[in-house]
Design a protein around this ligand. Structure first.
Ligand code: NAP
Length: 311
């Protein structure tokens, strides 16, 4: 049996993935979508945002290895073969990259860099109040692979950190909340809110006017998860009213962000081009290869996507 690699890749990216996968899986045959292969011989698909319909007709598929941490686009494909286990990518390099990005965002907001950048445009020399880390309350939506690592790194810097997840969690150094009442408790004590939720039917549009209204006036938000979590119109209104002071956004409902989009020139929005945690081909290929070897040897790799939950 053989492997199929399929994703939103350029020819150069395909070549890079193939080279790295071949190094760790020398005895496997790997096909790319534009090559001639018998669909019946494909039993494992390695995917990264494949176009909808890509996996239809692979009747002998027994495993899908995602090369991305988020699987929302994959799960939205109505032709995705049913009952085939999907393994998510968990890569320490990706977690480190996300942690670095979240720390950079929080430290910039904590030390008022966006406010000083606005002052600079008017040549205004004004020192703003500067609390220390333990007086700054950080709230994290999502305490999974990425949210937990970010929360712990912020707690190590002495920030006052709390997190929110579906099930009750215990994470050293932070207050953990779950459920609807837990969300209300988290929001009312949060100065900087970081979103690291997966995009599911339950979390789509969660960053909306109702949520912003529950934050203390002047709070900031950092969206590092998916553009579909954010109601863009509600964000603009909350910034205009001063309910929110600033937003750092790495992800957008349409990517690349269109040139005429109001976020580009908004003085209280910082735009990042979806760079918080980019998959590292070298490490991700090794991890995917180890998962495939384990599967061939008879054990099921982890973490498996729960299709009912959507992540
Ligand atoms: P994960 O390990 O699956 O963790 C998801 C967390 O969200 C879990 O704690 C889960 O709760 C919680 N959650 C899910 N639905 C919820 C709900 N309705 N209410 C409350 N909590 C909920 O995911 P991850 O690996 O940390 O990744 C998170 C997301 O980051 C990905 O889905 C992806 O969209 C995004 N991402 C972005 C980039 C980037 O470059 N910007 C890169 C990688 C990933 P439980 O713990 O109770 O299950």
């Amino acid at each position: 049996m053989s492997l199929l690699l399929i994703g939103a890749f350029s020819a150069q990216e395909y070549a890079h993935w193939r080279e790295r996968l071949a190094l760790s899986l020398p005895s496997e045959t790997l096909y790319l979508p534009d090559e001639v292969y018998d669909p019946a011989c494909i039993d494992i698909a390695l995917v990264a945002n494949p176009p909808a319909g890509s996996l239809a007709g692979l009747d002998n598929l027994v495993l899908i290895q995602s090369l991305w941490a988020g699987v929302d686009r994959l799960l939205s494909d109505p032709t995705l073969p049913e009952n085939v286990p999907i393994v998510r990518l968990v890569d320490p390099n990706l977690t480190q990259a996300m942690t670095e990005c979240a720390l950079a965002c929080v430290l910039a907001l904590h030390r008022q860099f966006p406010a000083y950048a606005r002052q600079q445009t008017g040549r205004e020399w004004k020192q703003l109040p500067q609390p220390i880390a333990r007086e700054r309350r950080i709230g994290i939506l999502g305490l999974g692979e990425l949210g937990r690592a970010v929360a712990q790194a912020l707690a190590c810097l002495d920030f006052d950190v709390a997190g929110w997840s579906t099930g009750a969690r215990q994470v050293e150094g932070l207050e953990c909340w779950s459920g609807a009442s837990g969300l209300a408790s988290l929001l009312q004590r949060t100065d900087i809110l970081i979103n690291l939720l997966p995009l599911t039917p339950h979390t789509a549009g969660i960053l909306n006017a109702q949520l912003f209204a529950r934050l203390p006036r002047g709070a900031a938000i950092v969206n590092l998860a998916r553009g579909g979590h954010l109601n863009e119109k509600d964000l603009l209104e909350a910034l205009a009213r001063g309910q929110l002071s600033h937003a750092i956004l790495d992800v957008f409902s349409e990517e690349p962000l269109p040139c005429q989009h109001p976020f580009w020139s908004h003085p209280r929005i910082s735009v990042l081009p979806h760079v918080a945690a980019v998959t590292d081909v070298s490490t991700a290929a090794k991890i995917a290869a180890e998962n495939i070897k384990a599967f061939r040897a008879g054990s099921m790799p982890a973490p498996l996507v729960d299709r009912a939950k959507g992540y």
